[in-house]
Design a protein around this ligand. Sequence first.
Ligand SMILES: [Fe+2]
Ligand SMILES: [Fe+2]
Length: 355
Amino acid sequence: MKDSTLHDLFERLDLFVLKRSDNGTYESIGSAPDWFEHLFPGVVGPNKPFVPGDWIPFLENFLFDADEFWEKNKKGRSFSGPWIETDTGGQEFSLEASAICLENAKILTIEHPRDAYNEQRKLLQSGRDCLLSNERLEEEVRRRTADIRNREEEVALRLLSAAECRDDETGAHIRRIGFYSVVLAKKLGWTIEEIDHIRIASTMHDIGKIGIPDSVLLKPGKLSDDEYEIMKQHPVIGGKMLADSKARMINMAHEIALCHHEKWDGSGYPQGLTGSEIPLSARIVAIADVYDALVHKRVYKPAIAEIASLNIMKESKGQHFDPDLFDLFLDSLDDFREIALYDGSEIFPVGSDDS
Ligand SMILES: [Fe+2]
Ligand SMILES: [Fe+2]
């Protein structure tokens, strides 16, 4: 291809085309486009070799890459990527350079992509805006989810404090049940969300005691058969209080309140469910509740040493307790022991937050 043909072609394309000499200087093929003259007046002229990197610092590094590209006589083009030059009046010009091997000649082109670049910039900007607004949206969803969860927890704790006022079960017992349940839920590989649900839901297991008359609930001695039947209504009352919610945590609280006195062999109450008919959350709470009640003092009994408590519980494995879950409980005794020491102070590190 003749140089004059190339010259015409490059002028039409609005390209500034330079040819690299062996001594590392560059000469233009044809005249420089107006925009180049405007930006770099007097740099280019006939028989006036120059080094673009001296005038355009951005190109200094690219010309090293271009030299390698030319040395290897590669096909295609090597692009510098766009950069911005600013004229004396502060107007910005987007430019881009490419290296090409053309019949053994080392060709450098510099172009001013104008609209194409601005379009790309707009696209990039709108892409960035979109990503930012998605991020903001996700942040908002996270914030609102946390708000809802905090409200649920507050409602649960307020309900509990009403129930606690009427029972010998202390607030510390209720909170410990949450922590024990977390330990077993983690062992079962539950999701973070489900673990968080059971931490709160399990604390409501005895919420139905709010509906038991003082004469029964607060009776110091042994309950008569009739009184015991009344007492056995607390899972039903709690179940009704928490029924038909759309919130998963409250649904879990419902199944726990209703089923935490069910037994694996069907001898529990109120429904006499057996085995896996009993919701897993309620089977977890059954173990946690009995362990905690045994190893702590109550108004009607002293604390029982852990070894004796465990012997009592082991006898009920497969009768009262889900046998597989009971094995997980035995595997988790170190955590249970630590939780059992919790006496109701505000901050408690085990199982409460790092789920
Ligand atoms: Fe109960
Ligand atoms: Fe309890």
